[in-house]
Every structure is written in structure tokens, then in C-alpha cells.
Design a binder for this molecule. Sequence first.
Ligand code: BGC
Length: 429
Amino acid sequence: MRAMTTTPSQRLARGLLPLTLMLSTATFAQDATSGGEVEVLNWWTSGGEAKALGALKDELADDGIGWQNMPVAGGAGTNAMAVLRSRITSNNPPTAAQVLGYDAQDWADRDALSSLDDVAEAGNWDEVFPQPIQRFAKSDGHWIAAPFEIHSTNWVWANTSMMEALGIEQPETWDDFIASLKTAQEAGHTGLAYGGQPWQDATVFENVVLATGGADFYRQAMIDLDPEALDSDTMVESFENFRELLQYKDDNSPGRDWNLATAMVINGDALYQIMGDWAKGEFLNADLTPGEDFMCFRTPGTQEAVTFNSDLMIMFDTGDEQQQSMQRTMAEIIGSPEFQITFSQFKGSVPARNDLPSDELDACAQRGYEQAKAAADSDTLLGSMAHGYAAPASVKNAVFDIVSSFVNGNMPSDVAAEQLAMAVQGASS
Ligand code: BGC
């Protein structure tokens, strides 16, 4: 990794600010922030995630800003959001918090956030962040969050040597994918590394919905929340396909954390994991090389679209000038070209900005970056239901409930589709 030694004035210079404004802002930032400390609530606790977060901490340190980490373990932020709510309720907000799309909008609606408009204007954010990201990082035309990256959830992570030993070629269709899992199982291996937690159930399920029904169906069901799509034959078929897929997980999956499931693929204890590209951060953290030690490919049958989420840093309006100045510095770092690349190199994601060279990204990320940009242009960058970009939290949690009941019980597929439609309707009305 390249050391990052940029100063605030260098970053501002990249935003091509007039010299006078550049100097005055940089001086203000230095005076007002020196000796200060930011408290940052996040759920980045795995090896790869912690390294990515460390890049932010180091950059802030270069600007003389101290770091108080506020980690809340629990994938997809399921626990972090409860802790954040209680911090706000007790009138003790952190400086900043990692959140997902609809949650960012929710905090903006409550008037809890600092505006980042000045940083966004200096950094030309309106031009460099794609519309599907702006839809969530802006509220009423104002920037309320700094986007770290684009993650996407329709990826399979595969153990290359197991594939070779089993004579498995990269599957292109859903049927071939299932056939390859069967091959692994018949040879005595676990096919699918699986973490049985509601958000992980939903992450895998949204892959199956996209593979089964295609992009238009995914949008109707998961984003438009159309009751007819939710309780349709295609949704029944999605649950059927999901049930079939679940045969290839092992018996110890209930409750397993996502990164432990990733470790199963890393260690050759399972062939595949279906997971967002934060899983790649674990492979990279184990010094493995994409395309050699492990493979990444779009979940077979989902190649026409990219299901995405993006981690957003929101800044709470504390009324404290020093905090505000440090918040602006932090937003400026997060949005800067170098940081977007460095962060994604650790995190497994791709930059949220669409104007960056991709030569410093790994082979998976280079493909992922092109795919995400093409999907944004062709309206097939679809919000992830499991990760807060398809529907508000109430709906998301209702989906989690039904999908996890399906995973952990014997619910027939037609009942599951019917219940899904009812639960979504109840949660969105
Ligand atoms: C976040 C990722 C995180 C993953 C696992 C997702 O919702 O966007 O940054 O690595 O959850 O916790």
C-alpha cells in the first residue's frame, strides 16, 4: 500500500479551489482541530474492515486529529444502529457514524446532521458521485453524508484449488452453480459457507431473487415493494431455488459470523460463499491474490445487474465548532481520490467516485468498478434489500423475519411468498 501523506491543503488543491479560499480553509482546519479527537461509531470489526478503518484514522492523525473508536460488532450494522439510537436519545451523539442508505435519510429527516455542502462543493461531489449514491447521501438537495465506497452483494467467493481439484469450471448459470455445489457435496465437502444470521440470510436471498426473476422483477419486488410481485409465482420459485441452495450449507451455520464463513473458503473448508465484496477484504487480509488463490464471480444468473450498498459517514450536529471543523476534515478525506482507492484496497469494495483510474485496484475490483459504473449508467445498479438500500429499516426487518423463518423452519415456498407480501405491506403502511 502507498503511504498517504496528503495534507488538507493538498486535498483542497485537488478540488481546484481558488488559492485564497484554499489557504483560509486549511488554516482554519488546522487551528480549530488541533488537539481534538473524533469519536466514530462503526461496525467494522473484522480483520479487513479494521484495516480499512485504520486508513481513515491514519489520515486524520496526519491532520493532527485524534481517534476514539466506537466499534459495535454485528454485520450489516444490526447492533450498531440500536447503539446509535440510544446515544442520540441520551443526547450524547458521536462525532460521526457509519450508516447505510435509508438510515442516513432517516437521521437527516430528524434534523440531526451537519451539512457537508461546503466540502462537497469544494470537492465537486455533484459531478463525481453517481446518482444512485447521491440519492442517499443528499437530503433536500444538501449533502448529509460522505460515501466511502460502493459495495455489491451479488458476488461468489470461491476457493480456486478446490475448484481445480474437483474439476469445476466457473459456473455461468444458476443450474451450473447448483451442479457445482452438488459435485463438492458428493466429494464430501461443504459446498456453501453460510452464516445463519438474519442479515446474511437476506443477503443470500436477494441474490436468489435476482437470479430467479431478473433485474426488473428484483426492482418490482424489493424496491417498489409491489404486493403482486412479492406474492407471485416468481417469488415462489425464488423460495424454491433458495431451499435448494440451502441444502449445500453445513449444520453449524446457525449464528455464524460472515467472516468466519469467509474463513471456511479461505481455509478450504468450503467451496463458495455468496457475500458482499467486504468478504474480499478478508482474503486480502490473509495475503491471498484474486484470480490465483481465490476467484470472484457474479452470482450465476445475476450478471445483468449489480445489487449495491454504500457505507456513508454521517456527522452529527453538535453545535461545537471544533467538532464541526474536524467533521469537515473527515468528510474531505473520505471523498478524496486517494482515500477512495486506498480504502477500497483494504475493504474489498470499489470507489464510490466514478472518476478514478482503476490500475491500483485488484483484478476483482477492476471488474467490479467497471460493472458498477456501467450499471449506474444503465439503471441496473439496484439497491440491496439486506443492506439498507432497497427499503426503510421497518420493511428490511420484516423481510429479515420471513426469510430467516424460512431458512430455519419448514415453511413451504408458497406460504413464504404470501407471508413476505403481508409482512412488507404491514411494515410499509
Ligand atoms: C457494510 C459493510 C460491512 C458489512 C459486514 C455491510 O452492510 O456495508 O461495510 O463490511 O456490512 O458487516
